[in-house]
Every structure is written in C-alpha cells, then in structure tokens.
Design a protein around this ligand. Structure first.
Ligand SMILES: Nc1ccn([C@@H]2O[C@H](COP(=O)(O)OP(=O)(O)OP(=O)(O)O)[C@@H](O)[C@H]2O)c(=O)n1
Ligand SMILES: O=C(CO)[C@H](O)[C@H](O)COP(=O)(O)O
Length: 443
C-alpha cells in the first residue's frame, strides 16, 4: 500500500483471512427528499447503509481479502465507501469487518478521510455480518451513537460502482414496497444438476434475473426478518430479499441495475475495476482558482466552456483556500486533471500551491497528473513579449515536476480590457511531447 500523505498514518497491511473468522461519526442532518416521488422537501427520510466487508475472498485466491486489494494503490473498499458517501442523504454507513482487519479499516478511513462511517464486527457468514450491522442501527443498542433509520440500504463492500440514481431507485421502491433490490439480466443460463451430475432441468433464461446489490428495506422489515430467521438461513442463505419475503411476507420490488454493479469475485475482476477507474479518471477535470472574486468569475466561465465543449467529462471547480481542505478531498478522490487559473502577473503562485499539494499527495505515483496553468494578459496594458518572457519560467518548472510524473502545461490567454479573446499561446514542456495519457483531455 502506498505511503500516506504527511500527517496521516500508513494503513496496516490487511491480515490474511482464516476460514472461521470469529468476530468479534456521524452525519449532518441528511435526509432523502422526495423519496416517494413527492415534491422535494415534502418528505424526509432517514436512510442508513450496511456494508458487509468481512469476507475472505476465497474465490479470488489471494491472501489479502478482496475488499482490501489495492486498485491504483487504493483499497477497493475505499472506492465503494466513496460512492456511498457522495450521496448526502445517506446518514450513516455501518461497515462490518473482522476483528483482525479492524485496524486496517480504521487507517483506511483516516487516510482517505471517509465520513459517516461506523465499524462493527463481522460475522462468520455474510448474513451474520449484515445482521451485526443492523443490530448496531437498532435503537435498543446501548452506548450507540447511531440512530435507527427508516430505510436501510445493504450493499456489498466489493461492488464499487454504485451510482446515486440506483440507490435512490431502490430506496424509493423500498419505501413503497418494504423491500427492493437491483437486478441484472442473466448472462448464462442457470441449470440444475441431479445427484448423479447430470442435467435435471434448466431455467428459462429470459424469465429469470441475477440478484445484485444494492438492496434497500424498511428497517423494521429486514431487522424483523433477521431476528426471526433460522441458523440455517444465517449460515447458508445468500439472499436478503428472500428473508424479507419468508419472514415478513414482504415482496421486494425489483429494479433494473447498471452493468457496473457486478460483484468483484475473481482476480480478473480487479483488472476490470482498474480499467473502469482509469476511464473515469480521464473523464474528470477540476478547475482550480484562488478565492478572489475575479478569479472565481473566470473559473466559472472556464467551467461552463469546458462543460459545453467536452461531453461526458465531469467538470468541477474548487478554490485554493488556505487550508485547501476541499481540494485535498478532490485529490484524494483521484482527480487527475487540473486547470489552474492564475491572476498574479509574473509568478504562478496558484499553480505552485496546487503542485505542492499534488506532490505531497503522491497521486502521481502510478499515473501522470496533468495540470494546465492558465494566465491572462490584457495586451493593451502589457506587451505580450514581456508576459511571455516571464512565463517561459514555467518551462523550467515543468521539467522539474515531470520528474515526479506531473505534466505541467502553461496557457496564456490574451484579451483586451474586459473581453476574453478565444486565442492564446501554449507553453508546454511535457504534455505535447508524449501522448500516453489515456486519452485525457489536455490539448
Ligand atoms: N463472513 C462474511 C462473508 C462475506 N462478507 C462480505 O459480503 C460481501 C459479498 O460476499 P462474497 O463476494 O461472497 O465475499 P467473500 O466471502 O469474501 O468471497 P468468497 O465467497 O470468494 O470467499 C463481501 O463484501 C464480503 O466481504 C461479510 O461481510 N462477512
Ligand atoms: O448475490 C447477492 C445478492 O443476492 C449478494 O450480493 C451476495 O453477494 C451473495 O453473497 P455470496 O457470494 O456470499 O453468496
């Protein structure tokens, strides 16, 4: 695992999994608005999530439990947590981990600054781990900071690509039907073998579906189901929706999910996750500026232009404020493309500040980070040659940071007075020479 940024501790290496694992902060006032299809603000719903993360990953065949396997130097579970915590209306996220991996999990939470997470001890089976998470949310727990939600989402820690709209769909359906879960069409036909290893019967593929995650439940329904169910269910069951049906007569609504919801199970799935993350990396740009009003205006314009010009690219903007905390989070979330707006005349302080943050973060260890340093010139006030000269310094700087896998490019935008002209000069040391940047938008 990569060394942490200054001030953060290095996560302990996850321990290997024993076949019988005995097991042994809180949100703002999150609310789900219009969960039942009503107008925003009319309904508010307390929603929490339980993430079973106490498995061994036997099928993956590596000593590290798959939820802790590094993808681009970051543990898989951290991507899943990130996907859930981006959803502001999920108030609490309860993660079930084995006692031996508790410290690993704590250091991941600290290092990647995950929020709203509570940890509970995992059980020996997935159902038991989920049950432990539900118990922590139930109101009768002593010394528990968590409060009982109306709806609980259950999501596997090893399904990192869950989107907010899918979560909203299952939660909305659970509010109405008591239970809901994501499904996908079957890829292969399901057959049933007989005891002698021959075909007994096969199911009609078009009439069946694969049950995926996330699932959501009225808390009282699923908690009741887990309290009622047998040891056999807890030991061998694999389907939470079935427990709700069997013990609470609650028929789950099935919601079509996206193909990215699959469960990371085999080693090859890690490569697939990495490819998807890399694709996402190439699809995000952050426009960075200092907090001055002028800069904010310029970056807002830039953000709008980028959004309209670059379809499918997520454009965000962030201020280089003194503490730099929000930007720090964007870096931790693995944004690899930055456009930094500078208003200082000769030096490029804003870019330098950003570059130091990037260097400290170690983000560029595996993949290059691209920074476009933007400078403005009112050519009626300053002769372009003068400005160009001072900006040539950026070449030297670019050479320096290239050694640390940061690709710096200078862009001078010339405009008369208040009007910004659609032309400029690019001063690049590195970006244009090579093009091995996963198709990232840098030109
Ligand atoms: N005792 C267990 C077993 C599994 N899980 C979690 O349940 C999810 C889905 O289970 P699965 O894919 O079967 O995970 P593993 O049991 O780790 O994998 P394998 O079956 O290959 O051993 C995973 O996030 C896993 O960590 C859990 O919390 N507690
Ligand atoms: O498939 C599922 C839905 O029903 C669950 O997500 C779960 O992953 C099944 O767990 P396991 O692989 O341990 O049987």
């Amino acid at each position: 695992m990569e060394p942490g940024p200054p001030g953060s501790s290095r996560p302990t290496e996850p321990g290997p999994c024993l076949s019988s694992q005995q097991g042994a902060d809180q949100a703002a006032s999150a609310s789900l608005q219009s969960a039942a299809g009503a107008q925003p603000g009319r309904h508010s719903l307390a929603v929490a999530a339980v993430l079973p993360a106490g498995g061994c990953g036997e099928r993956m065949g590596v000593p590290t439990p798959k939820q802790f396997c590094p993808i681009l130097e970051r543990p898989l579970i951290s991507y899943t947590l990130q996907a859930l915590e981006r959803v502001y209306w999920i108030k609490d996220i309860v993660v079930a981990v084995t006692g031996e991996n508790m410290e690993v999990m704590k250091s991941i939470i600290q290092k990647y600054q995950h929020k709203r997470i509570s940890l509970v001890e995992a059980g020996v089976t997935r159902h038991r781990s989920i049950f432990n998470g539900l118990k922590a949310l139930a109101e009768d727990q002593l010394n528990c900071k968590l409060s009982k939600p109306e709806i609980v989402i259950v999501h596997d820690a090893v399904r990192p690509f869950v989107e907010e709209d899918t979560l909203l769909k299952v939660v909305t359906a659970a509010k109405k039907h008591g239970a809901a879960g994501a499904i996908r069409p079957l890829v292969s036909t399901v057959i049933s073998p007989s005891a002698d290893g021959c075909l007994d019967h096969s199911l009609e593929r078009a009439r069946h579906r694969a049950s995926e995650m996330p699932q959501a439940f009225l808390f009282d329904v699923i908690y009741e189901a887990y309290q009622q169910c047998s040891d056999y269910d807890l030991e061998f069951g694999t389907e939470c929706l079935q427990l709700a049906l069997k013990y609470c007569c609650t028929k789950a609504k099935l919601v079509e999910g996206s193909p990215d919801l699959w469960k990371v199970t085999y080693k090859r799935d890690l490569y697939a996750v990495e490819s998807i993350i890399k694709e996402k990396i190439s699809q995000e740009i952050c426009v960075v500026t200092d907090i001055e009003e002028d800069n904010k205006y310029v970056s807002h314009l830039l953000e709008e232009v980028l959004k309209s010009e670059l379809n499918h690219v997520k454009v965000t903007s962030e201020a280089l404020c003194h503490a730099g905390r929000d930007l720090q989070q964007i870096i931790l979330d693995q944004c690899y493309n930055f456009v930094c707006v500078n208003v200082m005349t000769s030096d490029f302080q804003e870019t330098q500040k950003l570059l130091s943050m990037l260097e400290e973060s170690n983000l560029s260890i595996l993949y290059p980070v691209v920074v476009v340093s933007v400078h403005f010139l009112d050519f009626k006030l300053v002769p372009p040659s003068q400005k160009m000269e001072s900006l040539m310094l950026i070449r030297e700087f670019a050479k320096e940071v290239k050694k640390r896998n940061i690709w710096l490019c200078g862009l001078l935008i010339s405009y008369p007075q208040a009007e910004i002209q659609p032309w400029g000069w690019a001063i690049c040391d590195s970006v244009c020479e090579d093009s091995d940047l996963d198709g990232r938008v840098t030109e």
